[in-house]
Design a protein around this ligand. Structure first.
Ligand code: ZN
Length: 133
């Protein structure tokens, strides 16, 4: 059974994105615990996360933090799948959407900084694969 926790599961505000990955992992586990109470499941088999390229979250560090916290928790033994949407930005001078691998980088076409980020900034739990209860 897969349950979706929705777009607003985790706050997208910059303050949270600058938090250390361990804090994010703790927040994810709290979210899982809350979902377990609401949906009455016992075990998580897979945890699917979206970590945008521009989200400011280090995926390797986040994975490590989750794996460190997993023993004894509901996500023990769960597969952790991290999707990493590419960073995208709208460049007004070019009139185009351009790829952006890091915040603060110039437009790869014109070298300008008049960019508005349009993709790859999200950080959220997409869904959980669960059983039991
Ligand atoms: Zn440009």
């Amino acid at each position: 059974m897969a349950i979706s926790l929705g777009e607003d599961s985790l706050c997208h505000c910059l303050e949270k994105l600058r938090m250390h990955e361990l804090s994010l992992a703790v927040e994810i586990l709290e979210l899982v615990d809350r979902a377990a109470k609401d949906s009455a499941f016992l075990k998580v088999h897979a945890l699917r996360l979206e970590v945008g390229q521009l989200s400011g979250v280090e995926t390797a560090a986040l994975r490590f933090a989750l794996e460190s916290l997993a023993p004894g928790s509901r996500i023990e033994g769960a597969r952790i799948v991290i999707e990493e949407p590419k960073g995208m930005a709208w460049c007004a001078p070019c009139g185009k959407t351009v790829p952006l691998s890091m915040r603060g980088e110039p437009c790869p076409r014109c070298g300008g900084h008049d960019l508005q980020i349009t993709g790859g900034q999200g950080f959220r739990v997409i869904d959980l694969e669960v059983s039991g209860g």
